[in-house]
Ligand binder design. Structure first.
Ligand code: SAM
Ligand code: SF4
Ligand code: SF4
Length: 333
């Protein structure tokens, strides 16, 4: 049985946060003022084990999930992540992908590919070294991220590059990024800065609308729209008219796509969330650790999904963005 929610949306993608820790402190995600000394991260025993995660994955695949993205925090900080990839890659019909800041990717690309990883999304917000170092706030150089991308590519992993754009911070470098990645085969995607979490001090004025990003690139490298290839595709795609590849824009703030949102999320401690902006999750870890059968698990997840009403981005206003909500590093973006 493949459940649909109250708005007729099936469940197709699952994002699994494998750790709430990160070695970066991107100001829009884990600002040092909050995630500095004294912040309490999860203990190891609180995290779902790889065995538990495989059970969760199989449950979701039975309910219609076709793609799993491993995320975090920084997923490559989770020890021996390749062993989880290996387990997930044995599940029939499942595409296993990863979102990473690429700080450890050069070292890990080959084992991840060998374990069965299908693709990688690398987050890189600027090619300008001082800007990037200041955005990650741990002085991490652009060069090392580029080495990670090169390593992934050289072992045959397709790479997409994601950049969050914040006005007055890195928007001046949008065209430079397009120039750099054109013709490399790596699709570059720009993400509107979102009001996730309650620690990043989000303001609507900081958002650079996707339409403006497309306009700026189109003025230098002419673009044309590409049709969405499947329901639930979050990026609007454009191709360079000269054949140098594609870019994408993810306009979660200015043109919300809740109507097609087929995504569920699991936090590192095993809570199920049906929206990036949800306040409460369902504790799957408790079920897993209380001896629930596969059927019990499926029923629990299907029950949550069939009651789902989420459409936060469609009803967002400056007021709703002031309401409390969970952090991106916890729920995994
Ligand atoms: N650490 C990994 C990374 O950065 O790729 C994975 C986790 S990170 C939370 C997942 C994605 O969320 C990244 O691409 C990041 O840029 C994005 N992100 C974090 N905070 C965001 C925000 N406020 N608005 C939009 N995207 C955000
Ligand atoms: Fe870490 Fe990714 Fe958040 Fe940056 S966006 S702080 S790399 S989890
Ligand atoms: Fe999906 Fe919630 Fe984002 Fe809408 S706001 S697209 S329902 S995660």
């Amino acid at each position: 049985m493949h459940p649909v929610d109250t708005l007729g949306r099936p469940i197709r993608d699952l994002r699994i946060s494998v750790t709430d820790r990160c070695n970066f402190r991107c100001s829009y995600c884990m600002p040092k003022s909050v995630f500095g000394q004294g912040y309490r991260f999860m203990d190891r025993k609180e995290l779902l084990t790889f065995e538990e995660l495989e059970r969760v994955a199989r449950t979701f695949v039975a309910l219609g999930v076709e793609k799993i993205r491993l995320t975090g925090g920084e997923p490559l900080l989770r020890r021996e992540l390749e062993r989880l990839v290996e387990r997930l890659a044995t599940i029939d019909g499942l595409d296993v992908t990863l979102t990473t800041n690429a700080s450890l990717l050069a070292r890990k690309a080959r084992v991840l590919r060998d374990a069965g990883l299908g693709r990688v999304n690398v987050s890189l917000d600027s090619l300008d070294d001082p800007t990037f170092r200041s955005m990650n706030d741990v002085d991490f150089p652009v060069e090392r991220v580029l080495e990670g991308i090169a390593a992934a590519s050289s072992v045959g992993l397709p790479v997409k590059v994601n950049a969050v754009v914040k006005r007055g911070v890195n928007d001046a470098g949008v065209v430079d990024m397009a120039r750099y990645f054109r013709g490399t085969g790596h699709t570059l995607r720009f993400i509107e800065y979102m009001d996730v979490g309650s620690t990043n001090g989000w303001r609507l004025d900081d958002v650079v609308p996707a339409a403006e990003i497309v306009e700026r690139i189109d003025a230098v490298f002419p673009l044309e729209p590409v049709e969405a290839s499947y329901r639930g595709e979050v990026a609007q795609r454009y191709r360079y008219r000269d054949g140098a590849g594609e870019i994408g824009v993810i306009s979660s703030v200015t043109q919300p796509f809740c109507g097609d949102c087929t995504r569920a999320r699991i936090s590192a401690e095993g809570k199920l969330y049906t929206c990036l902006f949800a306040l409460r999750g369902t504790d799957l870890r408790a079920l897993l650790r209380s001896g629930a059968s596969d059927e019990d698990l499926r029923d629990a997840v299907a029950g949550v999904w069939t009651r789902r009403t989420d459409r936060y981005s469609e009803i967002r206003t400056e007021r709703t963005s002031e309401l409390p909500r969970i952090e991106m590093s916890y729920i995994g973006g």
